[in-house]
Write a protein that binds this ligand. Structure first.
Ligand code: 3PG
Length: 404
């Protein structure tokens, strides 16, 4: 970004891809971390007299306008936090966007409506995406530029992330630069013990990262809904807990490989079993080898890791020099099932290790449970993006910038 700012940018229109994909309850933002993380670059540009045109997505609308996925709440929050003049277009590159872009004063901010309201944004057809990118470019008039600051979306080959970079002089935003620098420390010259804590509901989302971390991480601590597929692969009955039957063999393969490649996969030894999913559920702690033996029998649902597991995971984190955490240990939104996630977060907050919390859910958990973010090494704004980085995959948003 400094390269762009060292030029005479005042009066130029610059397209900025930001990640404003915030969690919403109706139209209320439940965690504004991504808006806050997007602010510095927008502010720097505005202060330099740039006409800032922000492109961002929210959720996964079906390629057409849908008020549920409007960027209005994010635009309002950005205006509140920045004190800048922020306007929101009614469309992506249509009449409203064109008119507002033409009227934009130096130092003001135009946010285009959710880029995924245009089906071409995510199209597999490069021609479709290029056509949309041309329309985006046209909004900058002569002498435009592009800044990618949406780390959370760099793993997407989308028009506003990938194709636009071929059409304009392109720069990396500070957020993307910082995130990449931090993640590099997890893959190059990593200090050991390197402990990875994985949770969340689905193993299938984490297969590639598990695959890539076996042999690199010293310990892989598995919690959350995905732990049940591991426990089942070890021969334990898991009641009615989340289970991905079709991944059992793959998971068994990981357990075998890990043993021979020096990575210890640590599974929960106890689980908080519940009568049902909900805040008014009854619950009891059961040993992992006897999950169906309690009051709820085979109908019980595992909704959190138990206290022994939490203590064991916390100890591993305390012993670590490097920690990466992605995915909650349980249904942290309900207090009765928040213990595991809170314990892991507390251990990380207390630890002197270099730590990265990756992913929307884990970052939101840390904030929702009242932790002070400054006690954590780095809280990444990107869930999928940080995982794909650790998988060793090429990230289209980053390659596109290298090209231009
Ligand atoms: C995220 O939430 O991880 C990013 O904003 C990307 O969103 P997506 O998974 O819908 O592309």
């Amino acid at each position: 970004l400094d390269a762009l700012l060292s030029e005479n940018v005042s009066g130029r229109a610059v397209l900025v891809r930001s990640d404003l994909n915030v969690p919403l309850d109706g139209s209320t933002i439940t965690d504004d971390g991504r808006v806050r993380a997007s602010l510095p670059v927008i502010q720097k540009l505005a202060e330099a007299g740039v006409k800032v045109i922000v492109m961002a997505h929210l959720g996964r609308p079906k390629g057409e306008a849908d008020p549920k996925y409007s960027l209005k709440p994010a635009a309002d929050r950005l205006r509140e936090l920045s004190g800048l003049n922020v306007v929101l277009a009614d469309d992506v590159t249509g009449e409203s966007a064109q008119k507002l872009a033409a009227e934009l004063a130096d130092g003001d901010v135009l946010i285009l409506e959710n880029v995924r309201f245009d089906a071409r944004e995510t199209s597999k057809d490069a021609g479709d995406r290029a056509a949309l990118a041309e329309e985006m470019k046209a909004l900058t008039g002569e002498n435009g530029a592009y800044v990618d600051d949406a780390f959370g979306a760099v793993h997407r080959k989308h028009a506003s992330v990938f194709d636009i970079a071929a059409l304009l002089p392109s720069y990396q935003g500070d957020l993307v630069a910082t995130e990449v620098q931090v993640l590099k420390k997890l893959t190059e010259n990593t200090e050991h013990p390197f402990v990875v804590v994985l949770g969340g509901s689905k193993v299938s989302d984490k297969l590639a990262v598990i695959d890539n971390l076996i042999g690199k991480a010293d310990k892989l601590l598995v919690g959350g809904g995905m732990a049940f597929t591991f426990l089942k692969a070890q021969g334990h009955a898991v009641g009615s807990s989340l289970l991905e039957e079709d991944q059992l063999q793959t998971v068994q393969g990981y357990l075998d490989r890990a043993a021979s490649e020096g990575t210890e996969i640590v599974l929960p030894t106890d689980i908080v079993m519940a009568s049902k999913f909900g805040a008014d559920a009854e619950s009891e702690v059961r040993a992992s080898d006897d999950l169906e033996g309690g009051t709820f029998g085979a109908s019980g649902l595992g909704l959190d890791v138990g206290p022994d597991t939490t203590a064991a995971f916390a100890q591993e984190i305390t012993n670590a020099k490097t920690v990466f955490w992605n995915g909650p240990m349980g249904v942290f939104e309900i207090e009765a099932f928040a213990g595991g996630t809170r314990g892991v977060a507390q251990a990380l907050a207390d630890s002197a290790a270099f730590s990265v919390v990756g992913g929307g859910d884990s970052a939101a958990a840390v904030r929702a449970l009242g932790f002070d973010e400054s006690n954590f090494g780095h809280i990444s704004t990107g869930g999928g993006a940080s995982l794909e980085y650790l998988e060793g995959k090429e990230l289209p948003g980053l390659t596109a910038l290298e090209g231009n």
